[in-house]
Design a protein around this ligand. Structure first.
Ligand code: Z5A
Length: 218
């Protein structure tokens, strides 16, 4: 296979801080554990910036609205993927790299693994094409660690069912979310050093304890 010309490009990354991402299907408890992680790192004297995808920047948040709003209507899966990466480019260039270079840590609620899981697994897009976009936008950049909260889809959905109207992606079928979950699991098996799979069907405290042990390795 011909090598991508983009892989040679690198960000000017002095990387004084650490980049952590948290991912998983809906209702896995990301927001709940994010509060714990921020508190834990702050108590250790670490300055941590919390961000999210899609979003995290002014432009990224506008793209998020377009991606998730029901008023957007039908969107081609390739368009959805490219918008995720457009928001991600903005996020990396204008928030993630500058934050890491100034020595702060950054915690992102979702990142590129979500594109593989939702647009690859869920929508059925070709993984090789997602990888091309990843190379284009991320170059050789990657999180230092990814916490993958894994939970059976029906349990996650039950946890969030009291919320109001579902957004454009949340309205997908159970089959869609099962494919998303399976893709996440497959990625954690592919990248065991970076992606730490955590059983998110446990109680909040047990999950936090597990996360704490993992964070200590950083
Ligand atoms: N998306 C994509 O398609 N491609 C991409 O590349 C990216 C994203 C980056 C963004 O949504 C959407 O974009 C998402 C993927 C897609 N679409 N979907 N579906 P988001 O990340 O902003 O929101 P979300 O996925 O819908 O997250 P969430 O529903 O808020 O889940 P959560 O943060 O993991 O859950 P939580 O709010 O912490 O907990 C949910 C409830 O469960 C709450 O009442 C808690 O009190 C409770 N909870 C939490 N932990 C526990 C435990 N351990 N036991 C019992 N109850 C618990």
């Amino acid at each position: 296979m011909q090598k991508s010309p983009f892989i040679k490009l690198k960000y000017n990354l002095m990387q004084k801080g650490k980049f952590i991402t948290i991912d998983g299907v809906e209702g896995a408890g990301k927001s709940t554990q994010i509060d714990f992680i921020c508190q834990y790192l702050t108590d250790k004297g670490i300055n941590v910036v919390l961000t999210r995808e899609p979003g995290g920047t002014e432009v990224g948040e506008k793209i998020r609205t377009l991606l998730l709003s029901n008023s957007t209507g039908k969107m081609h899966a390739d368009t959805e993927l490219m918008l995720m990466f457009a928001a991600r480019n903005e996020h990396i260039q204008n928030k993630i790299i500058p934050t890491l270079n100034q020595g702060d840590w950054i915690l992102s609620d979702r990142f590129t693994d979500a594109s593989y899981a939702y647009q690859g697994g869920g929508r059925g897009l070709d993984i090789a094409r997602i990888a091309q976009l990843e190379q284009w936008v991320l170059r050789s950049f990657a999180p230092d660690m990814t916490l993958l909260l894994d939970i059976p889809v029906d349990i996650g959905m039950r946890r969030v069912e009291s919320r109001g109207e579902k957004d454009r992606i949340e309205q997908e079928s159970l089959d869609f979310f099962n494919r998303v979950r399976n893709s996440y699991i497959a990625r954690s098996e592919q990248y065991p050093e970076r992606i730490k799979l955590i059983d998110a069907s446990q109680n909040v405290e047990n999950i936090s304890n597990e996360i704490q042990k993992i964070l200590k390795t950083l």
